[in-house]
Design a protein around this ligand. Structure first.
Ligand SMILES: C[S@@+](CC[C@H](N)C(=O)[O-])C[C@H]1O[C@@H](n2cnc3c(N)ncnc32)[C@H](O)[C@@H]1O
Length: 276
C-alpha cells in the first residue's frame, strides 16, 4: 500500500454522516438548530479539541478579509471555528474523502457553507494557485506525512508573503518505542513523527521564519485527565465525540497516546511561522 492508501484505510469510517445524524437527538438537537459548539467534541480531531484551537488562534492575526487555508482539515471543525471567529472565508483540503463529504454537509447544517469550502486532495499537491491565501494552519496532520519540507514548500507556494502559518502537531521528544495504535496510526510504519527542531528546520528550508514555539504537554495531560474523569462520572463519552469518528479501538488509541506523552516520547507542540 502507498503511504496515502494506508492513510485512507486508517481514517475510513463508512457511515460517518449517518452516525453523526443519529447522535443528534441524544444531544437534544436537530440539523436546523445545531451550532458549531455542539459538534466540537467530534469535529475537532486533535488533542484538546476546541480549547486547543482557541489557544492556537489567539496567537494568529486574522480578520474578515483573510482567506485562510486549513491543511488536513478533517471534518472541518477548526475551519468552521475560524470562519465564525473571524467572519472570514476558510478553505480546507484533506485526503480522506469521507471527511470532506461529511464536513461540507455539517457546514451546511450550521449555516456556514458560503464561508467554509472543503476539498478532497493531498496537502503535498494542492489544487490552488500560487499566493491564493493570506493565512494557513495545520492541526495534527504532520504525523501522517513523512516529507515535511515538501509539505511546507507546498504550503509556502499557496501563501502570500508575510502570511502566518500556525501548526499544532504531535512531535517526537526523546527516542524510544511508542505504544500503538495511536489516533493517527496503527503501527510505526504508518507514523511519521518528527522533532520540533526538525519541524523548524523544514519550515525554514521552505521559506518561513519561526515566530514562536510552545510545548502543550501539560495542557494535553490535563485534558486527558479531565476527559477520563468526565467519562467516569457520565458512564462513558458524550453522545457525539471522537469515539464516533474513530471506528476501531478509539479508547486504546487515546490511552496509548496519553501514556506516550506521560513517558515523554511525544508531545503536542504549537509553532507559529510566517512566510518570508
Ligand atoms: C488527526 S486528523 C486531524 C483533522 C483536523 N486537522 C482536525 O484537527 O480536526 C488528521 C487529518 O489529516 C489528513 N491528512 C493526512 N495526510 C494528508 C495529506 N497528505 N493530505 C491531506 N490530508 C491529509 C487525514 O485525512 C486526517 O483527516
Amino acid at each position: 500500500m502507498t503511504q496515502e492508501n494506508t492513510l485512507l484505510a486508517q481514517y475510513a469510517h463508512g457511515s460517518l454522516l449517518n452516525t453523526i445524524e443519529k447522535a443528534l437527538p441524544d444531544l437534544g438537537k436537530t440539523k436546523t438548530n445545531l451550532s458549531i459548539s455542539d459538534l466540537a467534541a467530534a469535529d475537532e480531531f486533535h488533542i484538546g479539541g476546541r480549547t486547543a484551537s482557541e489557544h492556537l488562534f489567539k496567537q494568529v492575526e486574522l480578520n474578515s478579509a483573510s482567506k485562510v487555508l486549513d491543511i488536513g482539515c478533517g471534518l472541518g471543525g477548526p475551519a468552521r471555528f475560524v470562519a465564525t471567529k473571524y467572519a472570514c472565508e476558510v478553505t480546507g483540503i484533506d485526503l480522506t474523502e469521507e471527511f470532506i463529504d461529511t464536513g461540507n454537509v455539517l457546514s451546511d447544517w450550521v449555516g456556514l457553507s458560503k464561508q467554509v469550502n472543503l476539498f478532497h486532495g493531498s496537502a503535498l499537491n494542492m489544487p490552488f494557485a500560487p499566493a491564493s491565501f493570506s493565512g494557513a494552519y495545520m492541526l495534527h496532520v504532520g504525523m501522517n506525512i513523512s516529507d515535511k519540507t515538501s509539505l511546507f514548500s507546498e504550503v509556502a507556494r499557496v501563501l502570500q508573503p508575510q502570511s502566518v502559518f500556525a501548526v499544532y502537531d504531535v512531535m517526537r521528544d526523546k527516542s524510544g518505542e511508542l505504544s500503538y495504535p495511536v489516533p493517527w496510526a496503527n503501527n510505526s510504519d504508518e507514523s511519521f513523527l518528527a522533532t520540533a527542531t526538525q519541524y523548524v528546520n523544514s519550515l525554514q528550508s521552505a521559506g518561513f521564519e519561526v515566530l514562536g514555539l510552545n510545548s502543550r504537554r501539560d495542557f494535553a495531560l490535563n485534558f486527558f485527565e479531565q476527559t477520563a474523569q468526565q467519562n467516569r462520572e457520565n458512564g462513558g463519552p458524550p453522545p457525539l465525540s471522537l469515539h464516533n469518528i474513530i471506528l476501531a479501538d478509539a479508547r486504546l488509541k487515546f490511552q496509548n497516546l496519553a501514556s506516550n506523552i506521560v513517558n515523554q516520547l511525544v508531545g503536542p507542540v504549537e509553532i507559529i511561522a510566517r512566510k518570508l
